[in-house]
Design a protein around this ligand. Structure first.
Ligand code: C5P
Length: 422
């Protein structure tokens, strides 16, 4: 019999704000979209709505701070934080935002936020002054850097009579954002439990992505056009299969993928150090477009034009991160994958690169300007390994990422069968 995918689900944390009443409508809007909700009602939230009305709409027990050891035997707070595909905080009060940003865990809601391994989405709601306060904005920036996504707030008249940003987004808008996040496979849901061959639970995969910036002086650097899109999509796709992913990224405009530990670096040497610090890993995917050379000298002061005659920049070779990790004596990941961005004779160059770098697979692609691959949303790749080559048709980078993540899972699970793990 074929496996039936269970409907997607969220853990909704209802904070203590007047907007809590809108969360009841949010549960209804999610149900309309086939999304199940289990809720945590904070002590503050319970001042505005009752757990009875929440349970009436979710059809499930509502968890509160009265959650006691009896509940722990039924469902521990760790399991509660991980059973859903996405954790949604609505309304996300200034207090809940501050707790999550600083990693406090002194009640059920904040503990669930710290214990979860699932992406988190917040719908802030608070008074306009509280919203504008530097502390709130600082906390939100921290959460964004941690991969938390945000819906709203809206601007308008508030319950307190003031006007401005701080009103919780409308339940339909939040439900739409939830459905989109669940659909985009930005969660760790779905793929993991049903096809054991594609299950990466318990595996650690590191991914490098983006360009590197190699400074010449405090304001100038050498860089390349890599957007990081393909690497970020691969990190998200591996996370969706249950892997613990460490994404080591050069400077990009992209937000951290939801639920993925993202380490931001600037230079090739920083990227190498971060990669080495992230070992051991079961697999390593080297997507970054690392600058092969850096200015030999980084001057402490801006180079002045009037000094005249800057006709050449002396360059020093950067470390080859992929080659270093592929030849690691004690901690070589079981599977090492490199990328080869070429503009001509793609396959021959890629095969030579596989041998030279010592990696198991090369994902080769043509980055000639006419292909639009660099910075674009689509990619045409060929996978080369010791058995030969496989050409994939042109497809969105997200699909390349999904297929590649599945292929990585199949390979890792063949190297070490899932049932033998842990
Ligand atoms: O030699 P080339 O830059 O074409 O090799 C591309 C592959 O090597 C990519 O997987 C890239 O991430 C990796 N690489 C690296 N460190 C470098 C240069 C490339 O990890 N310094």
């Amino acid at each position: 019999m074929e496996n039936q995918s269970p409907s997607p689900s969220i853990l909704l944390i209802i904070g203590g704000g007047i907007a809590a009443y809108k969360s009841l409508e949010l549960i209804r809007q999610c149900a309309k979209r086939g999304i199940r909700t289990r809720a945590i009602l904070t002590a503050g939230g319970a001042q505005f709505i009752t757990s009875l009305s929440v349970s009436g709409l979710t059809g499930e027990k509502t968890f509160t701070d009265l959650f006691d050891l009896t509940d722990e035997t039924e469902m521990g707070h760790i399991q509660l934080s991980r059973a859903a595909d996405l954790v949604v905080v609505a309304p996300a009060t200034a207090d809940l935002i501050a707790k999550a940003a600083s990693g406090l865990a002194n009640d059920l809601a904040s503990t669930a936020l710290l214990a979860t391994n699932k992406p988190v989405m917040m719908a802030p709601a608070m008074n306009v002054q509280m919203w504008n306060h530097a502390a709130t904005q600082r906390n939100l920036a921290t959460l964004r850097a941690d991969g938390v996504t945000q819906v709203g707030p809206d601007e308008g008249e508030m319950a307190c009579g003031e006007y401005g940003p701080g009103r919780m987004a409308e339940p339909t808008a939040i439900a739409e954002a939830i459905a989109k996040a669940l659909d985009a496979g930005e969660t760790h849901a779905g793929a993991t439990p049903h096809n054991p061959v594609h299950n990466l639970t318990g595996k650690h995969v590191l991914v490098t992505a983006g360009p590197t910036h190699e400074p010449l002086d405090p304001v100038r650097y050498i860089a390349n056009r890599s957007s990081g899109k393909q690497g970020y999509a691969i990190a998200a796709a591996l996370g969706a299969l249950g892997a613990r992913v460490s994404l080591i990224s050069g400077p990009t405009d992209l937000p951290n993928p939801a639920g993925i530990q993202t380490i931001r670096v600037e230079t090739a040497r920083e990227m190498l150090a971060a990669t080495q610090n992230t070992l051991p890993a079961d697999a390593a995917i080297f997507c970054a477009a690392v600058a092969d050379y850096r200015p030999e000298i980084e001057t402490a002061h801006k180079i002045k034009k009037e000094r005249g005659g800057l006709t050449a920049i002396a360059l020093a070779e950067n470390p080859d991160i992929l080659k270093t990790i592929a030849h690691h004596k004690t901690q070589r990941p079981e599977l090492v994958v490199g990328f080869a961005a070429e503009t001509d004779d793609v396959i021959n160059h890629a095969e030579a690169k596989r041998a030279r770098k010592g990696c198991d697979w090369i994902v080769a692609n043509d980055v000639s300007p006419s292909t639009g691959t660099m910075g674009g949303d689509r990619n045409t790749v060929t996978i080369l390994n010791e058995d030969g080559e496989e050409n994939w048709p042109d497809m969105p980078k997200a699909d390349v990422a999904r297929k590649l993540a599945e292929r990585i899972a199949e390979t890792l699970n063949m190297l070490r069968p899932v049932n033998a793990a842990e």
